[in-house]
Design a binder for this molecule. Sequence first.
Ligand code: NHW
Ligand code: EN5
Length: 388
Amino acid sequence: RHKFWETQPVGQFKDLGDTSLPEGPIEPPTPLSEVKQEPYNLPSPYEWTTCDMDSEEMCNEVYVLLTNNYVEDDENMFRFNYSKEFLRWALRPPGYYRSWHIGVRVKTSKKLVAFITGVPARIRVRDAVVIMAEINFLCVHKKLRSKRLAPVMIKEVTRRVHMENIWQAAYTAGVVLPTPVSTCQYWHRSLNPKKLIDVGFSRLGARMTMSRTIKLYKLPDKTVTPGFRKMELHDVPAVTRLLRNYLKQFMVAPDFDENDVEHWLLPKEGVIDSYLVESHETHEITDFCSFYTLPSSILGNQNHSTLKAAYSYYNVSTKTPLIQLMNDALIVAKQKDFDVFNALDVMQNDSFLKELKFGPGDGKLHYYLYNYRTKHVLRSSELGLVLL
Ligand code: NHW
Ligand code: EN5
């Protein structure tokens, strides 16, 4: 069934439910001197390249590859269109390794035809903080699919992660692989229902007219929570405390320090938006919400080429009810001209999705750990981790 994944240190389907297996690393680290020093062999037309995301030219090549060949929905109507600024942000967090931004080129033409990345992260699994690689942006050009290039790329990124003495990884995918630590549902909240229906992202409900639908999804013009404002640099220490305290309750969550919060959560135009609630009396930061910008290309529509989507990222409520906080997030997303607000049913998101008129999508997202076994499959509400 899974000729490649069967050979890897990941939970195997046959072991699901075997409670005698311990939680933790599946294989011990090997001495660094035993890590293979040379890159894996690619089929002879291709060569490895390290992609320097500081270089405008390389960043553009990556952007073009992903724009034309990255993830699509099951009916091939939409394709993720990560912006260059987003890719730079996603791939250069604190402590990143340039060697983990791996491309494959055609030797003769130097055309970039495949890509895979890792970034370092501290991820807590139950009580253990584990240094991991977060693997993302695995992409093989459409014309080179099913040639078993992906396993070679995965082995090569694994080797380069091992070279940094890191032995675990976290990743998500829309496909089922051996074996998910958890499975989440995507939910969607229409902000611009007319456009969503016009492009086939959503459908007019039974016994619904366009004007009733538009009315159903109307939002106030301005946010309602007093003290709701954009996050600023001086908020980093308070937001870090708030978020660290909140993420404690989840079985799998990032272990963010102030540097991480500054990188991952400080607003960056067109990439990441973060808002918080500051108490008027105490100036305490009591609540926080954030979303990232990930448009999708609309494939083959006469009238529209891009769907502007916001994705729920990390949210924390201690004083403001989460429903009200997220309604304010929807209001700012609408002000910023997003067409849809997407969220997974992770953390406490279940408590606002239905009330705020999100509907379940046709996509699922599976979470995976490499070389780390968990005793059980987790409920999505036990996940405190969002990957981009
Ligand atoms: S998920 C998004 C992945 N990208 C896309 O879906 C873009 C569109 N598709 C493609 O570009 C986010 C190709 O279809 C890809 C596969 C490249 C996906 N993850 O080359 P072959 C991520 O980036 C297995 C893992 O012939 P292909 C996360 C498949 O099961 N494995 O296929 C990435 C089969 O193995 P099997 C995947 O269609 C996490 C083998 O690849 C996969 O031409 C990576 C077939 O290869 C996926 N999404 O190319 C793992 N899709 O055993 C990181 C397919 O079943 C692990 N496969 O025979 C950790 C590494 C670091 C460890 C550090 C200690
Ligand atoms: C790694 N970081 O399938 C990510 N998206 O539901 C890689 N569906 O947008 C893994 N098919 O349901 C990504 N509209 C896995 C996801 C790949 C992309 C994907 C799904 C998620 C999606 C939309 C469009 C479907 C188009 C036809 C969808 C329904 C929305 C509707 C709005 C009104 C209320 C009910 C729901």
